[in-house]
Every structure is written in C-alpha cells, then in structure tokens.
Design a protein around this ligand. Structure first.
Ligand code: 9YT
Length: 129
C-alpha cells in the first residue's frame, strides 16, 4: 500500500511548475498502478492549448472556475468544482482558468506519467518507452 500526502511532494522534483500550471505528481509510473495521479493548479487567467496525443486523461475540478473548448467542434463547456472531463479521443482542447482564481484539478493519465514531464510545443507529453 502506498500512502502519500501532498506535503510529501511540495518542493520536490515531483512538483512541476510552468507558466500556466503547477502539477503535484502524487502517483506516477514507478508506482506500477498503470495510471498516474496529479493534483494540479491551473493559474488564474491561464490559457492552455493541449493535445495529449500519447495519453488519455481524466480531469476532475475540485476548486475554481474556468472553461474548456473542444477544438474539434468549437463547443465550450463551463468548468467548476464537481465537473469532470475525460479526453477519451486524444482531444485537441483549450483549458482556460478564470481571471483572479486558480483552478485545482485532479488529473489521471493513462499511460502513467513518469513524473517530470512538461508539455512540448503541441501541448503533449512524450510517450516514455
Ligand atoms: C488539466 C491539465 O491538463 N493541466 C495541465 C497539466 C497536466 N494535467 C499535469 O501534468 O498535471
């Protein structure tokens, strides 16, 4: 059994900070679970254009407000605490956090992240061997 607290990863290499988000990586590939779990802060006003072409991702919002746009259809959905989205088709999407408030998201990736990934120019993570 693995027991981990957010405090255990804050300030370590498992806390990955970028311009638009800070990802606190709680469970990653080394755990052998077949998925990874992050507690991620989307910074206020951030606009993230992403296509996880190598991964499926489910995202559950637990704090804050924003919106997600499905770039295939142009449809925008409001996101608030209690809203989940699942990128089940490697969807090209734009996630925007409202001004003035961070969004906090629980992010599950399949296949699991190895722990230190940051987005490439297309808003994807590389697929680890
Ligand atoms: C919600 C989202 O995709 N944010 C970008 C960061 C990523 N999910 C991560 O590594 O936590």
């Amino acid at each position: 059994m693995i027991i981990k607290k957010l405090d255990d990863v804050l300030g370590t290499s498992a806390e990955v900070d970028t311009t638009g988000w800070t990802s606190r990586r709680l469970i990653f590939k080394d755990a052998g679970m077949g998925y990874s779990v992050n507690d991620t802060i989307i910074k206020p006003g951030a606009r993230l254009d992403m296509t996880y072409r190598h991964h499926l991702e489910t995202v559950y919002c637990i704090e804050g407000r924003g919106q997600i746009t499905d770039m295939a259809t142009g449809q925008t959905h409001q996101i608030a605490a209690g809203t989940l989205y699942a990128l089940n088709a490697h969807d090209h999407h734009v996630l925007e956090a409202n001004q003035g408030v961070a969004m906090r998201m629980v992010c599950v990736f399949n296949p699991p992240l190895t722990g230190a990934e940051v987005h490439d120019a297309t808003g994807a993570y590389a697929l680890e061997p």
